[in-house]
Design a protein around this ligand. Structure first.
Ligand SMILES: [Zn+2]
Length: 163
């Protein structure tokens, strides 16, 4: 849910394009004036160039959704390195949103077999497998963090029994 809000907050100027009957593409871009250099943490206002990336998002009413994002590359005034702006909700180098990967996990848990998931989401079985286990790991990590922060049990008095 947070990812949805963040994406909507940062992405403006969306143009809808109907590519085919079952594909919708949103043209998006970030609107903030500067980015912070990942190497030296200096603010950079200078846009070096722009590139388009195509990111798959979760389907709406059985239509495939793609985000065509115009990403800026900034040049750092301090260390002179060129870097792409990060997009919240999309991990660096990924072609899918975190929301889509989370949706894969839901489908993989609720559909009767993985072939139906790949057909429904129009993606490879490799992606379904990878995203499913990645999401399980994230949920497990989150669950462990919630456990340790909400229940302050003395470690010596906690006993796990395996059945
Ligand atoms: Zn820098």
């Amino acid at each position: 849910m947070l990812i949805v809000e963040r994406l909507q907050e940062f992405i403006r100027g969306r143009n809808l394009t109907y590519l085919k009957n079952y594909v919708i593409e949103f043209e998006c871009h970030k609107t903030n004036e500067f980015e912070v250099c990942p190497k030296c943490a200096t603010k950079s206002y200078k846009v070096h160039d722009r590139v388009f990336v195509h990111i798959k998002d979760i389907p709406i009413r059985n239509k495939l959704i793609f985000l065509k994002i115009k990403k800026r590359r900034f040049k750092c005034p301090s260390c002179k390195s060129v870097f792409r702006e990060p997009i919240p909700g999309i991990k660096k180098g990924f072609k899918t949103t975190q929301r889509f990967r989370s949706h894969i996990r839901w489908c993989a848990s609720n559909f009767s077999d993985l072939k139906r998931v790949t057909k429904q989401l129009q993606c490879s079985s490799w992606l379904v497998y990878t995203a499913f286990y990645e999401q399980l790991k994230l949920e497990n990590k989150k669950w462990q963090n919630e456990w340790s922060s909400t229940i302050g049990v003395d470690e010596h008095s906690l006993v796990f029994i395996q059945i």
